[in-house]
Design a protein around this ligand. Structure first.
Ligand code: AVJ
Ligand code: FE
Length: 439
């Protein structure tokens, strides 16, 4: 019955929908029609597929389901069903062309604003309209990050632009000791949390050390220079087989010019910045580096504890810095910059224990398989996350410079195959604390 609160929620939803659409437009208007319809990599959809798929999901959930309206284009549902066609085959489908796709998403959005006006949002519960709108905002932002990854794979002159990230700074000791014991993991109260982040539950760890920052290009280069890619000792059996077969010698988008390494990002080649987190490594590379460094990857439980646990109160925070929403002072999110920021660039975003840059910059590989928490309930459909549970996918945490804050929480769980490196993924290391160290 708080009408003012309901109006504020409605304005918030409208603003988030518009922000997501502005970003989708930026990513799809920066290139010409040829680049919109072509396949930049077998791992990715044509950009024009992502655009119409965004509109189609919005039509299914908000126009038809929440709004109870007639379909706009029931005839195209099958084309934009991600489970019906593998990404590599999407260019051959009779897709909507660029202009048709733009008209389609605009028509859907007009209807959605009308539905939003008429849908009661009061008493926002998991199953009501507000969650469905939040799910669709996040879906669009997730595809925007995917489209940004497609831009990174695109060959040609640069078309995207953004100011450089803020400069790095001091971060203190290289590792932080996280005390053992229980903490609250996951959430039952974040309004827009997806099914796989729920419910809040107690999880426990032994004491462990975690790196203060993500592993940098400079540190990773030492592994490369030490012959790490040619030394089977550092690799898991599966990782070694993959590295040999795929011919891995360095992170994706690194190039060697004489005795110096460069990195190409969004069409611009520049010397490797040794202080930026390494990005575009697969799980197996992260796992091999960690073994070479005498460490290991953190589990997902350890990562979330480092990101949320406040030892002074015993409470889990919403974010490492507290409960306030991320701003540009806290973290490198939202495509504000087109690269990770050097370590120490976000002192205001550090956790109570002094761990930096857990949120933003690069997705961080964890050693955990993607599974449902105890008490997991499918919502609103099994295809969102449940069908991906199991040993085939590893969990990534924390978001990247290309993740929008609307689609990220400290509880947010991303997942991918351990061989993937087109996503904006890096990692940090952890290690067990010996009894002496943890005393
Ligand atoms: C959570 C990023 C793994 O892109 O496959 C988009 C998000 N789900 N459309 C993906 C998603 C449905 C998902 N990830
Ligand atoms: Fe999707």
């Amino acid at each position: 019955p708080d009408r003012a609160a309901a109006e504020r929620l409605r304005d918030h939803v409208a603003a988030q929908l518009t922000r997501a659409r502005d970003r989708s437009r930026l990513l799809t208007e920066a290139v010409d029609d040829h680049d919109l319809v072509r396949q930049h990599s077998k791992l990715m959809s044509p950009l024009v597929w992502d655009l119409a798929h965004i509109g189609n999901q919005e039509e299914l959930w908000l126009v038809r389901d929440v709004g109870g309206r007639e379909p706009v284009r029931a005839d195209i549902d099958e084309l934009y069903d991600a489970f019906k066609h593998a990404r590599s085959t999407r260019p051959e489908l009779p897709l909507l062309g660029p202009d048709e796709a733009r008209r389609y998403v605009t028509e859907v959005r007009d209807k959605v604003f009308d539905v939003l006006e008429r849908t009661p949002l009061e008493g926002s519960r998991l199953v009501d309209g507000a969650f469905a709108f939040g799910m669709i905002v996040q879906h669009e932002q997730q595809h925007d990050e995917t489209m940004l990854a497609t831009h990174q794979l695109r060959v040609g002159d640069p078309v995207l632009d953004a100011p450089p990230p803020p400069p790095g700074g001091p971060v203190g000791p290289a590792e932080v000791l996280v005390p053992g014991g229980p903490f609250t993991m996951g959430t039952s109260t974040e309004a827009w949390a997806l099914d796989n982040e729920r419910p809040a539950h107690l999880a426990s760890t032994d004491p462990f050390f975690i790196d203060t920052t993500p592993v940098t290009n400079g540190a990773y280069l030492e592994f490369v220079a030490d012959g790490g890619y040619a030394d089977q000792r550092w690799w898991s059996e599966e990782g070694w087989a993959h590295a040999r077969k795929a011919g891995l010698v360095a992170p994706r988008f690194w190039e060697r010019h004489g005795d110096r390494w460069h990195r190409t990002a969004f069409g611009v080649t520049a010397p490797l910045d040794p202080d930026q987190p390494v990005v575009h490594v697969c799980y197996h590379e992260a796992d091999a580096y960690a073994r070479w460094a005498g460490k290991r990857l953190p589990t997902e439980v350890e990562w979330e504890k480092a990101a949320r646990f406040d030892p002074a109160t015993g409470r889990s925070r919403r974010y490492p810095w507290g409960d306030e929403e991320p701003t540009g002072r806290h973290a490198n999110l939202g495509q504000r910059h087109l690269s990770p920021a050097p370590v120490g660039a976000y002192p205001a975003g550090a956790s109570p224990l002094g761990v930096h840059q857990l949120i933003g910059d690069v997705w961080e590989w964890t050693s955990s398989d993607f599974r449902g928490y105890t008490g997991f309930e499918v919502f609103p459909y099994a295809e969102y996350s449940q069908v991906f549970f199991g040993p085939d996918h590893k969990v990534l945490r924390g978001g990247s410079f290309g993740t929008d804050p609307a689609a990220l929480r400290a509880t947010f769980r991303n997942w991918d195959y351990p061989i993937r490196r087109q996503i904006f993924a890096g990692f940090r290391c952890a290690r067990d604390a010996s009894r002496d160290e943890s005393a």
